[in-house]
Ligand binder design. Sequence first.
Ligand code: GA4
Length: 330
Amino acid sequence: MVAVSKPLIEQFLVKPTKPNTNPLIIPDIPLIDLSKPESKQHLVKACQDFGFFKVVNHGVPTNFINKLETEAVKFFGSSLAKKEKFGSPHPFGYGNKSIGRNGDVGWVEYLLLNAKPESDYPENFQGVVNVVNDYVTSVKSMACDILELLADEMKLQPRNVFSKLLKDEQSDSVFRINHYPPCPELQETEPNGRKLVRFGEHTDPQIISVLRSNNTSGLEISLRDGSWMSVPPDSESFFINVGDSLQVMTNGRFKSVKHRVVANGTKSRLSMIYFGGPPLSEKIAPLPSLMQGEEDSLYKEFTWFEYKKSAFNTRLSEDRLVLFEKIIAS
Ligand code: GA4
């Protein structure tokens, strides 16, 4: 990454936020052991209470993870000129400090890829692209298992009501590799407690996101009281979050969690995220089998195409679902 002068770095800093330091109110991140059948009950509760949880015994082969990490480190370690040859991230390619199309910035560089890696990516990048295939196939299968366990526990029929959207040939899923390089400039700016924004606060528009990172901290999730909770990194596990579309399909029972990445800039962080999305033409609406009695839908009807289009026109931190909420007369 290009070195940035001190005044320029100002735009990447956020004020210290309300700390959540009272050990009595810092909740534990829900931990789901996929090898244990009883994990189903915890899964539903985690999606309702946090929209976020950690998964162990996930079945994703370590060598898929390691191979991809090695290729990603190699890619981000190459020259800026070479990385830029991948093309801009609209819709897929290499991005550096700029996120989306609406002026958001973060101290991050990344690769945004179609979750079905395309054969027409530049030839000299096939190293990354080949290993993405194995990794994504395996992570997607874990995401589908989780969605089926959720459907089982909520007594939804058929049990693939969520997972079929990811398994569909036309599923609009995305894969992202984020690299947060160390930022030595920050250590001089930090005494007043401000934090460097690596990836600003946002919710994910899709159904479900599956994140794996190396052992560098930085990820934070927003709690109900508005404070931020730091998520201890764990390179052996996966972190899952509920996306906006799953919130809608469960009529608000599951929460799409607001999250961000901030860091003090001493260690490099690498994360890989699979965003499982439905086909573009899919109608996103509360599942009829979930609605109880006279329960009203909290949302207007929309397709994933409409929501995605609208989301990509927003700033990162915006509440994107607000535009699709119904005003319900009480
Ligand atoms: C957040 C989740 C995924 O990373 C992503 C992001 C996308 C982008 O980086 O282009 C968006 C963001 C994400 C939501 C709002 C819009 C679009 C940046 C942004 C400001 C790839 C996605 O699908 O939505």
